[in-house]
Design a protein around this ligand. Structure first.
Ligand code: NAD
Length: 306
């Protein structure tokens, strides 16, 4: 099976490229900047811009993939840095991939939505969220810097549903929780550095209250679900949560400081914020999907650095 990974130089794309290639799958990679896509035997790297329909279409026509995994995006606060660019990449780019896939009869497109489509402010504490939970959303009551990104992902979900219903595109979303792992450069700065800091003996100052909760998932687990959904012959659903370990900042501090000898310091002067439990039972039931515990995940990450 041949897979085209668009956004192959990012956190998820890089790790997915290595994983699929190690499994002996045929992989073609495209990114605006291919410098951080792994340069592996047999993996073709193509520099391309997802906002350019002709480029996307030409790459798909030339390589005739059986699967496309679309990961090119301006993530989190990155969606707010240049509003016009983020509309081009995050809305038009998604449309380009879906439209070109329909025109070239690509058998399946897998793409990344986010846990952010479950707006945390709308849920009661302790609720377990499944793929079918309502996703009420109002920018006037729920707006924060992350919610604009989430609103774009909402729109992408509409785009996917319309391409599925009108054009019969086989398109499946994965909603990752907050991903950490080697080489996270975008999104929350501390999520990208806390394991590296601990291994290097540096303090990680985190601008969040110790009681705040966060749903974290290790990149290998996210890649595992992308791989399962990409390679499956048939899917029972068109959206799957990765789930994550819902953990407070004080629990993160305790685990990082105990397991890795780090110095992870949340900030009690901040207002606490809460995430919610995202169920991945759907993926577990269909694919036997399981995720690592937080302690095992940070140990695996740290082992790669030593
Ligand atoms: N990392 C997370 O915590 C997380 C959580 C939920 C969902 N997601 C989603 O997963 C997907 C991948 O996330 P990630 O963390 O790997 O992101 P990332 O920021 O690490 O990578 C995004 C990639 O997209 C590429 N890109 C940007 N603009 C492009 C363009 N115009 N043309 C071609 N390529 C372009 C970048 O060069 C980069 O390599 C995104 O859709 C993101 O929203 C990520």
């Amino acid at each position: 099976m041949k897979t085209l990974i668009i956004g192959s130089s990012g956190l998820i794309g890089r790790n997915l490229t290595s994983q699929l290639s190690e499994q002996g799958e045929s992989v073609v990679c495209m990114d605006l900047d291919t410098n951080t896509t792994p340069n592996l035997d047999g993996v073709e790297l193509i520099q391309g811009d997802v906002t350019n329909y002709d480029e996307v279409s030409q790459i798909i026509n030339t390589h005739e993939p059986d699967r496309i995994v679309h990961l090119a995006y301006l993530v989190g606060r990155g969606a707010l840095e240049d509003l016009s660019l983020s509309l081009h990449v995050n809305l038009l780019g998604v449309d380009n991939v879906f439209r070109a896939s329909v025109e070239s009869s690509v058998p399946r497109v897998v793409w990344a939505s986010t846990l952010g489509v479950y707006s945390s402010l709308d849920y009661e504490d302790g609720l377990i969220v499944t793929e079918d939970s309502p996703r009420p959303y109002s920018p006037y009551t729920a707006f924060d810097t992350a919610s604009y990104y989430s609103a774009l992902k909402h729109m992408n979900e509409y785009q996917a549903l319309l391409y599925a219903s009108r054009e019969d595109l086989d398109v499946c979303a994965i909603r990752p929780s907050t991903v950490f792992g080697p080489g996270r450069y975008t999104g929350y700065p501390w999520v990208g550095s806390f394991v590296e800091d601990a291994v290097a003996g540096k303090t990680t100052n985190v601008p969040m209250h110790p009681d705040s909760t966060f749903g974290l998932v290790y990149v290998d687990d996210v890649v595992d679900l992308f791989e399962k959904v990409t390679l499956a012959k048939k899917l029972n659903f068109d959206v799957y949560n990765t789930g994550g370990n819902l953990i407070s900042l004080s629990e993160i501090a305790e685990t990082v400081n105990t397991v890795l000898g780090g110095n992870f310091v949340p900030d009690p002067s901040r207002e606490p914020t809460f995430q919610f439990n995202i169920s991945n039972n759907r993926a577990r039931d269909e694919f036997g999907y399981e995720i690592l515990s937080f302690a095992d995940a940070i140990s695996r990450h740290a082992a790669l650095l030593s």
